[in-house]
Write a protein that binds this ligand. Structure first.
Ligand code: NAD
Length: 802
């Protein structure tokens, strides 16, 4: 990073976060995730707690003075989803307080303010910061919507040059959006550096926003939500009905409208809405007026998840919805109409949306049109005011709210001309730049040409500027086509003589077609390329083998076919492991079972920071069958320093534990702790840069004169290892923790990992280990209890304990 960044800008090596509340602690955790030592400060408490008094502490005691930040640290270790990618990262956060440690801000390169959302408090904090900071230190505010310029008033010139807004979304580790808000005084080189730091180091999706109330995402998001509430009330829809059609059906998260609000907290939402209400005029002001029933909810303390009830409440096993007329909770309703049914059948986001928004007279269709049309028009009016262009607004909405499409992309999907005609027929006001655009013959906000994406701006289409590390497979294919393709996978030219094997079967599950393409890809790469990347841009890298297919074969007792399929998968991965040209696998999100086995066979893994990898076959009554047992064992063996006395039993037992308990990493850092990744494998913070970095890994291995691993025998733990591994499983069975079938699976797994009935330390062939694994796999898949587990997983999506 930073090749194009001016030399006079300070590089961030240490940071400080002011305020250790929800956001401050989350930001500190994320800085620790990327290896930046961070000082976390909060105010000094004015009173002792009962516990502190009991200990005889006074207000002068260090533990008391640092209490707030210390408690924040404790929360970080307990919070779910985990803010830390590895618990070890906590060591990078040092706590302190605003009185004893403020002078230490002189030591850091970036100071982030995340104190209460009050201009006066923030201004006071910055006045103090200005006194102690070293010239050149970058200072930013995490405000949700207060004017950045107003906060910098009265500060020194050097402060103002290095001051900007950095608006993270909650929770900072998981939400991709980072809005960057410069003022007229901010040094453009500092802005450029913070953008690349945000993208390359923190892994965020950075959007440049203007210094207007609530910036981009919260301005539009709040408007959209209040329109939704108003349309709900006018049309007499229920809270549950609205949620049933404003989630995945229209490309938004499962939590849809009101469940999202329950998670955010009504107090936070009202605070954000009021900020716009107080800062804008006229019709727009009215749009941000919070309805009475929501104010009542606020008074009642019905804030959502944090207070136990909000728009929804859990009662026993049931979830009830709030009736906003009676203010009572009642059973949840869903909106089921012909348009909803048809949209569910329609293929693709555009077809689904069109089915809904043009379904005049349909209760769901009418609601969605009445929410979407004003939101699109409102957003269109804000272009230029809140952001420079439509592309920035779309990115902000996708990254900040998890929408599949931004407003202008959605507008293209429903058809710009058709929707504008409908809006006009209803007497809605269309911004002139859009009528001008249509008059000029431009009928969509976006278009792609030769794999490049363009957006509309008055005066003509412009290129969407993206970090050079962002590769879009879809656009690559549009521009260059594919080298080879079947139903499960495609081989694509990534440029610079590197090829990409993309899985694209349903859920990227591995079947015969993918296995065949692995073989063909290796042949093609060995002839014409420097190396291969295996990666994709689906929801998950790969959720494992095609379970439905395997179950069908097993129920039909086609064991010959199953044996062949497993053998072919094993051989393809073995071929990959010893391929003369490097193969880099780029896992991300869920990488389970067969997906983990593909990764383990790579010359090198380049994993996204958010990788959830595991050999989870035990959950469906099986053990890994594609070489996963062997490879995880070998990888742990190889990770030990040369010359140390190796205890094969210990290693086999730790692999046994990982597989028998179907452990899945909650991050790439944890995958390293579990042994799926070693020190040579890489981690990419920004998921959008994964393919680029995987490609760079291929190129550097090629340049270094890549040689595949040497084929050698594998020393195993043998009989004594088998006995040791079984001991634990047996005692768990006797004390009732695991079932008889679990024990049976454990025995097979232990046998495979021990290398069978051989003396300790015997050196065996890899093929022998693969044969053991395959036999165990096939014997288990013939078991009725295993088949019941597979069936249950396919139908219910979770493991069956039997
Ligand atoms: P919070 O209430 O959890 O934390 C506020 C912190 O400010 C606490 O650590 C508190 O001790 C400290 N504080 C209180 N009074 C202070 C004073 N007089 N001087 C200095 N510090 C004081 O709040 P939060 O949700 O973490 O919000 C912090 C900032 O982040 C706010 O500006 C907020 O608008 C913004 N923000 C919040 C969210 C969110 O979803 N919660 C999202 C984005 C941005």
């Amino acid at each position: 990073m930073g090749s194009g960044i001016a030399a006079h800008v300070k590089r961030i090596r240490r940071a400080a976060v002011l305020g250790s509340g929800v956001m401050g602690s989350g930001i500190a955790a994320h800085l620790a995730n990327v290896g930046i030592p961070t000082l976390l400060l909060d105010i000094v408490p004015r009173e002792l707690t009962k516990e502190e008094e009991a200990k005889g502490w006074t207000l002068e005691h260090k533990q008391v003075r640092n209490r707030l930040a210390n408690q924040a640290l404790e929360r970080l270790l307990k919070q779910k989803p985990a803010p830390l990618m590895s618990k070890d990262n906590i060591a990078l956060i040092e706590t302190g307080n605003f009185e004893d440690d403020f002078h230490r801000l002189a030591e850091v390169d970036w100071i982030i303010e995340a104190v209460v959302e009050k201009l006066e408090v923030k201004k006071e904090v910055f006045a103090r910061v200005d006194e102690v900071r070293t010239p050149g230190t970058i200072v930013s505010s995490n405000t949700s919507g207060i004017s950045i310029a107003a906060m910098a008033e009265g500060r020194s010139d050097d402060f103002k040059k290095h001051f900007l807004g950095t608006h993270f979304f909650n929770p900072p580790r998981y939400l991709k959006l980072l809005e960057i808000i410069p003022t007229e005084h901010t040094d453009p080189d500092v802005v450029a550096y913070m953008k690349s730091f945000g993208e390359d180091v923190l892994g965020k999706g950075v959007v440049m926003a203007k210094d207007t109330p609530n910036f981009i995402a919260n301005r539009i998001g709040t408007y959209g939500l209040l329109v939704t509430v108003r349309e709900m009330m006018q049309g007499g829809y229920s809270v549950g009905e609205v949620d049933s059609v404003t989630g995945p059906l229209i490309g938004r998260p499962k939590s849809a409208t009101f469940r999202t609000l329950d998670v955010v907290g009504l107090d936070t939402f009202v605070h954000v809405a009021n900020n716009v209400y107080e800062n804008v005029e006229g019709e727009e002001k009215e749009a941000f007026r919070v309805p009475e029933f929501m104010k009542t909810m606020l008074e009642n303390g019905w804030l959502g998840s944090k207070s136990g009830q909000g728009f929804f409440v859990k009662q026993g096993k049931d979830i009830l919805e709030l009736n906003y007329v009676t203010m009572q909770y009642e059973p949840r309703k869903k909106l089921v109409t012909p348009a909803v049914e048809m949209a569910k059948q329609a293929k693709g986001a555009a077809a689904k949306l069109q089915t809904l928004v043009y379904a005049d007279g349909d209760r769901a269709g009418t609601l969605l049109w009445n929410i979407i049309a004003p939101t699109l028009l409102y957003t269109a009016r804000l272009v230029g005011e809140i952001a420079d262009d439509i592309a920035a607004i779309d990115q902000a909405m996708k990254w900040g709210f998890g929408w599949e499409q931004g407003p202008f992309e959605l507008w293209d999907a429903i058809g710009l001309e058709k929707s504008v005609r409908k809006m006009q027929s209803e007497g809605r006001d269309i911004p002139s730049w859009i009528t001008d655009m249509l008059a000029d013959g431009a009928t969509s906000f976006y278009k792609t040409e030769n794999g490049r994406l363009f957006y509309y701006a008055p005066g003509g289409y412009k290129t969407v500027e993206e970090n050079e590390k962002v590769i879009h497979i879809r656009r690559l294919k549009e521009a260059r086509g594919v080298i080879k393709k079947n139903a499960g996978a495609s081989l694509i030219d990534l440029g610079d003589d590197v090829a990409l094997l993309e899985f694209h079967s349903p859920n990227n599950a591995i079947g015969a077609d993918i296995v065949q393409m692995i073989n063909e890809a290796l042949e093609e790469v060995n002839r014409n390329y420097k190396g291969l990347v295996i990666g994709n841009q689906g929801k998950n890298f790969c959720v494992g083998a095609n379970l439905a297919m395997m179950l069908m074969e097993a129920q039909d007792e086609n064991f010959f076919e199953l044996e062949l399929a497993v053998r072919q998968f094993q051989q393809a991965l073995l071929k990959m492991k010893y391929n003369p040209k490097p193969v880099v696998v780029a896992p991300f999100a869920m990488t389970l079972g067969g997906g983990a086995e593909v990764s383990l066979a790579a010359s090198r893994i380049q994993a996204a920071a958010e990788t959830y990898i595991g050999l989870v076959e035990v959950g469906v009554g099986l053990i890994p069958g594609g070489g996963g047992n062997k490879e995880l064992y070998i990888k742990r063996l190889n990770s030990l320093p040369r010359g140390v006395d190796v205890d094969y039993v210990k290693i086999a037992a730790s692999v046994f534990e990982t597989i028998a308990m179907a452990k899945v990493s909650t991050s790439a850092a944890e995958a390293r702790e579990l042994g799926f990744l070693n020190h040579r494998d890489g981690i990419t913070m920004n998921g959008d840069h994964l393919l680029y970095e995987a490609k760079q890994a291929v190129l550097s291995m090629y340049e270094e004169g890549y040689r595949p691993p040497v084929r050698k025998k594998v020393p195993v733990a043998g009989e004594s290892g088998y006995a040791a591994m079984l001991l634990g499983a047996q005692s768990m069975f006797h004390s009732g923790y695991i079932s008889e079938h679990d024990l049976k699976i454990a025995k097979k797994l232990a046998y495979v990992l021990a290398g069978g009935k051989v003396p300790y330390g015997t050196e065996v062939d890899e093929q022998y280990l693969l044969d053991l694994e395959r036999e165990a796999f096939l014997s288990l898949i013939g078991e009725p209890k295993t088949q019941a587990r597979m069936q249950h997983m396919l139908v219910k999506g979770k493991p069956l304990r039997n």
